[in-house]
Design a binder for this molecule. Structure first.
Ligand code: ADP
Length: 164
């Protein structure tokens, strides 16, 4: 049976931290589905479509990774995709409490689906989409934190916001 994992998140936008988690998951599973949440934080910088396109471009080098979008209950979505594993990334102790609650709740909702946590290379552990957006918005260099396509898209987005 194929081992399929779902890696859910807002991916607003996808960063090198996310990509490091994806690289690790792609080695462990036959198929990894990067699943972009429809109901991300209330006002994401990028639309769902933009987040999916940027993620797709970033993972095109991985043969067994695809990008999809999802809404509603994550465990129901994972079932539909025949995935028995949810992948989440852990950066620091500060992520732990939230992730722990989420994993236990998902296990309660569907005991057949396991959550696994992966850690990035230490140089990526401090990267978050939120901080990267903030740095880029203020004109800082984000080329070490996100793929080139994402950097370009963010610069365009902030330039267009400034001109309105
Ligand atoms: P969410 O809004 O669901 O937290 P994110 O897109 O921010 O979505 O993150 C998706 C997952 O990737 C989460 O488990 C998050 O902790 C993890 N993650 C994000 N950035 C990093 C990073 N730099 N290193 C490790 N894990 C990360």
């Amino acid at each position: 049976m194929l081992k399929i994992a779902v890696y859910p998140g807002s991916f607003d936008p996808i960063t090198n931290g996310h990509l490091d988690i994806i690289r690790r998951a792609a080695k462990m599973f036959d198929r990894v589905i990067v699943s972009v949440a429809i109901n991300a934080e209330k006002t994401p910088l990028f639309s769902l479509r933009e987040r999916v396109v940027l993620a797709r471009d970033a993972v095109k080098g991985f043969k067994n990774v695809t990008v999809d979008e999802f809404g509603g209950l994550l465990v129901s979505y994972a079932r539909r995709k025949r995935a028995a594993v949810l992948v989440r990334g852990l950066r620091a102790v500060s992520d732990f409490e939230f992730e722990f609650q989420l994993a236990l709740m998902n296990r309660k909702l569907d005991p057949g689906i396991e959550t696994i946590f992966l850690m990035t290379k230490d140089e990526y552990t401090f990267i978050s989409s939120r901080q990267v957006k903030e740095i880029c918005r203020m004109g800082g260099n984000v080329s070490d934190f996100v793929p080139r396509g994402v950097e370009r898209a963010m610069k365009r987005k902030f330039a267009s916001k400034r001109s309105v």
